[in-house]
Design a protein around this ligand. Structure first.
Ligand SMILES: Cc1cc2nc3c(=O)[nH]c(=O)nc-3n(C[C@H](O)[C@H](O)[C@H](O)COP(=O)(O)OP(=O)(O)OC[C@H]3O[C@@H](n4cnc5c(N)ncnc54)[C@H](O)[C@@H]3O)c2cc1C
Length: 462
């Protein structure tokens, strides 16, 4: 049994605490927020939609208390090369369900779960002198403090990080009083993530969400390219103002979803966020003034822009490696080398692909991704993926859960070509030509003000 200290009671700190306690270690969590504070004092850290493999970890730890809430079955994406031009829809299914549960109710419940397992919780903000004291009394100290200031203890890994500044200005809002079932809007699922992707302005996505107070609603986000059309939230200092601005933006720029959202009401007064995130990978070992070593975990170790819904999922990915490495470390030698090796195993195993996938969504579409988007044109979300289009659309969705699965094909043209050829019996180039013609026909119809009837989803919503 080792003595382990954890700073932070978000997803990362609590799941680490629960997993390590179940391994039999003596674990204490130090956090600025107690169980009830999560329910009353803070907005959710993020939307935190979790994909199948993350939910598996909750199941393995026995803390999957929200299985009966609304399952998210897929993604419906509308790609617009510029404002006012819906070029391509994608409608893909996840192989297994995802869930977006309010992190406030999870941290509340998991704090109690952790205590029920014999874990100790100490409430209060930890500064560097306090961290020295904690680390001196522990075999291993994990800093899972999210994006908080204490994370500055960990140096940016400039070889693994791509950006030196945030890439989007963000506005998140949790809302109710709109339909959960969007099949009437041509989205062929009862519950899907709706992703509106504007190459020039930024992105907007909406996710079915289980609210901390026990009802189903939506959590949505504007990802604004700085200075562009969606970058309109700077003066919004209340959730109501954010929501009013959201409705204006939908009416003007996303009219196909305006009727759906126009009746939206804020789900709770704290259910909104504004800000920006610099995507960054840190060095996992922090050295305190005394020379003691502490290890970064979760967002503190690797922060991602929310565009690909990878941040929380990435915390679970780190946790799997951490829990395995602690279990294997029977000697209790938690040296800097061990911390580096544990983080390197995660980064080489899945962290790099996670960052590559998430970052590619922030950038101009690659020729490879363009080829796949064109090849899937006509995907209709059918439950059995019998067509080439549906197989590609589904593979795109499942890459959110396992970014090793399709990221190379989204990044590299030759991989994309090989992939479509393998699925189409060598017909990638003719698929490309045929679908480009169909897309062009749809564009002409749009310019002429006719319904986009060439696309199966447009036919469904017409
Ligand atoms: C708008 C938005 C949308 C997002 N959507 C998604 C999504 O759909 N899917 C996804 O996977 N990810 C998403 N994310 C990312 C996800 O929310 C985070 O990756 C995840 O919640 C991080 O969890 P964490 O436990 O590492 O940190 P946090 O949740 O930030 O928890 C940090 C904890 O540390 C405590 N703390 C901080 N400093 C101190 C201190 N000095 N002393 C003591 N305690 C301290 C805090 O009180 C808190 O308990 C989104 C993020 C944003 C901003």
């Amino acid at each position: 049994m080792h003595k382990i200290a954890i700073i932070g009671s978000g997803i990362t700190g609590l799941l680490a605490g629960i997993g390590l306690r179940q391994q039999g270690h003596d674990v204490t969590i130090y956090s600025a927020l107690g169980a009830d504070d999560w329910m009353t004092k803070v907005p959710p850290t993020g939307t935190a939609c979790r994909f199948a493999s993350s939910l598996d970890l909750e199941r393995e730890l026995g803390v999957n208390h929200w299985e009966d809430t609304t399952p998210i079955n897929g993604i419906h994406l509308t790609f617009c090369p510029k404002l006012g031009r819906q070029l391509i829809d994608l409608s893909g299914r996840f192989e297994r369900k995802s869930l977006a549960i309010d992190v406030r109710v999870q941290s509340h419940r998991w704090t109690h779960d952790f205590e029920a397992l014999g874990g100790k919780v100490v409430i209060g903000t930890v500064d560097i002198p306090k961290l020295e004291e904690i680390a001196a009394g522990a075999d291993l100290t994990l800093v899972a403090a999210g994006k908080a200031e204490i994370g500055q203890l960990f140096e940016v890994d400039t070889e693994r990080s791509v950006y030196d500044a945030p890439q989007r200005n963000l506005a998140m809002f949790v809302f109710r009083n709109v339909a959960m079932d969007r099949s009437k809007d041509g989205i062929p699922f009862v519950h899907a993530i709706k992703f509106n992707f504007f190459a020039t302005e930024g992105e907007q996505f909406s996710i079915p969400y289980w609210h901390k107070d026990g009802f189903q609603c939506w959590n949505a986000l504007f990802e604004a390219r700085p200075g562009r059309a969606f970058d309109k939230f700077d003066d919004c200092d209340t959730g109501e103002k954010v929501l009013a601005r959201v409705k204006e933006l939908f009416k003007q720029y996303i009219p196909w979803d305006y009727d759906w959202i126009k009746t939206a009401e804020l789900a709770d007064p704290k259910g909104w966020l504004r800000g920006k995130v610099r995507p960054v990978v840190k060095k996992p070992v922090g050295t305190l003034p005394s020379g003691a070593k502490v290890m970064a975990l979760g967002d503190t170790a690797n922060t991602l822009d929310p565009i690909g819904g990878q941040g929380a999922n990435n915390c679970y990915r780190q946790l799997r490696y951490l829990l395995k490495a602690v279990e294997a470390n029977t000697e209790g030698d938690f040296s800097a080398d061990w911390m580096n090796a544990t983080f390197d195993a995660y980064f080489d195993g899945i962290g790099k692909a996670t960052n590559d996938f998430n970052n590619l969504l922030l950038e101009k579409i690659t020729p490879a991704a363009q080829r796949l988007l064109i090849a899937q044109y006509g995907s209709d979300g059918a439950e059995q993926a019998r067509t080439l289009q549906q197989k590609i659309a589904n593979a795109f969705c499942d890459n959110f859960d396992d970014p090793n699965s399709l990221t190379p094909q989204l990044l590299h043209e030759e991989d994309a070509l090989r992939y479509v050829n393998a699925l189409s019996g060598g017909a990638a180039r003719s698929v490309d030509l045929r679908n480009k013609l169909k897309i062009a026909k749809g564009q002409v119809r749009q310019v002429l003000g006719m319904p986009r009837s060439d696309h199966p989803l447009a036919r469904m919503s017409a």
